[in-house]
Write a protein that binds this ligand. Structure first.
Ligand SMILES: NC(=O)C1=CN([C@@H]2O[C@H](COP(=O)(O)OP(=O)(O)OC[C@H]3O[C@@H](n4cnc5c(N)ncnc54)[C@H](O)[C@@H]3O)[C@@H](O)[C@H]2O)C=CC1
Length: 369
């Protein structure tokens, strides 16, 4: 491990269990020094807090993998153009972040930690700004809802048509904002490979605490407008790999997996593709007929549904990672994992136990792992 990575990780452990308070302090400091920045953030800051820290932790975690670190920050930089972020804002965030870390680490903070965070932040901000400056796309796209379907009690599948084509790779996600919940941007995976009419599908479940998801499922209607920011994420297929593929989806984590299957349909002839779809009950297996139809058409595709909270289900039962472990062996496969942070974490743990090398597991967690 490099010295920088060691210092960052070491100092992070001093504040790790008080992340929420640290984030609160960070924003208070930021808005006090730059009151105009407050307007860029939602009125209620609860979710935003954990998002900032998740991004910082993710950046620090990928530091040792230059390609991932670079790709992650370039995506984040392009995504942040939706806020109209300029250099002065980056400087203000850096000062507030290091100040908050110093405050929370207390007497254990030392100048090496201070220097390490300043150096790391300079690199992070530099990469994000460079990506933003060279991006020739609009900062965000307006998109019209052209189809909206409730496919379960609290799940919706909808399609939007952006005002101009959005270039992305299947497996990627975008931040979405709806007029029903202004200024609250949330990440959702695109659920299809690029089409000639440029339309994009999304799968959303309304969760109790999810304001945006609730609105996208219950209020959004055909004709409404959404705003979409630049595509991000690293769950892309490696076309050079000849290995067979295993996709593991939990709930609406099926969205990016469906996009990968869509892409595979266009060129795959030689790789076996196993899709495990985990849902709580059979009613939550919302795209099963569509997937089964594809499996009957393409001999290389197999679909294994599994219910975790439905003992009467005729197929596999249990958490989706447990079901994956019943099949195999998997040590020679490429994996794509998508679902809640807990699901992703458990699945990575299970795959590690099954001796799948970490370099063959791709995932994009929408939260802190
Ligand atoms: N790119 C990505 O990673 C994407 C992630 N998501 C995320 O996926 C999640 C989907 O949520 P829901 O539909 O409510 O799913 P859910 O909570 O209903 O879970 C569905 C299935 O996932 C598995 N699962 C859940 N928790 C698990 C755990 N701790 N260990 C092992 N397996 C577990 C189980 O098989 C369960 O039946 C959301 O958090 C959403 O943000 C959604 C789209 C894309």
């Amino acid at each position: 491990m490099s010295d920088l990575a060691r210092l960052l990780k070491e100092s992070w452990t001093l504040v790790e269990d008080r992340q929420d308070k640290l984030a609160g302090y960070f924003y208070a400091r930021l808005f006090l020094s730059h009151p105009k920045l407050r307007d860029m953030f939602p009125v209620h800051m609860d979710v935003q807090r954990s998002r900032l820290l998740a991004a910082v932790v993710r950046a620090v975690q990928t530091l040792e993998d230059p390609d991932q670190f670079d790709a992650y920050l370039r995506g984040l930089g392009r995504d942040h153009r939706k806020f109209g972020v300029v250099k002065e804002h980056f400087d203000a965030v850096g000062a507030a972040l290091v100040g908050a870390l110093r405050e929370f680490a207390g007497e254990n903070w030392c100048w090496e930690y201070e220097q390490a965070w300043q150096d790391a932040y300079t690199v992070i901000a530099g990469k994000m700004q460079a990506a933003a400056e060279t991006d020739t796309n609009p900062p965000f796209w307006r998109a019209k809802v052209v189809r909206h379907e409730r496919v379960g009690q609290d799940i919706a599948v909808f399609t939007v048509r952006p005002e101009a084509p959005i270039s992305y790779r299947p497996g990627q996600y975008v931040s979405v904002e709806s007029g029903h919940r202004p200024r609250l941007w949330r990440p959702y995976s695109i659920a299809n490979a690029p089409r000639e009419d440029h339309t994009l599908d999304f799968h959303v479940r309304a969760v109790n605490s999810g304001w945006v998801s609730g609105a996208l499922v219950r209020k959004l209607a055909v004709g409404d407008e959404l705003r979409l920011a630049a595509p991000m994420g690293m769950m892309a297929l490696d076309r050079r790999s000849a290995r067979d593929i295993v996709c593991v989806a939990g709930g609406t984590g099926l969205a990016p997996i469906r996009a990968l299957v869509d892409e595979l349909i266009r060129y795959n002839r030689t790789r076996w593709v196993h899709v495990f779809v985990g849902a709580r009950t059979r009613d939550d297996l919302y795209l099963l007929d569509d997937l089964r139809l594809l499996a009957s058409r393409y001999p290389w595709l197999s679909v294994i549904p599994a219910c975790s909270d439905d003992p009467e289900f005729g197929g596999e039962t249990g958490l989706v990672d447990e079901v994956v472990a019943r099949y195999g062996p998997w040590a020679e496969h490429d994996f794509f994992v998508s679902g809640s942070p807990n699901m992703v974490r458990s699945t990575i743990r299970t795959l590690t136990e099954l001796r799948v090398p970490s370099t063959r597991i791709r995932y994009d967690a929408f939260g802190d792992l």
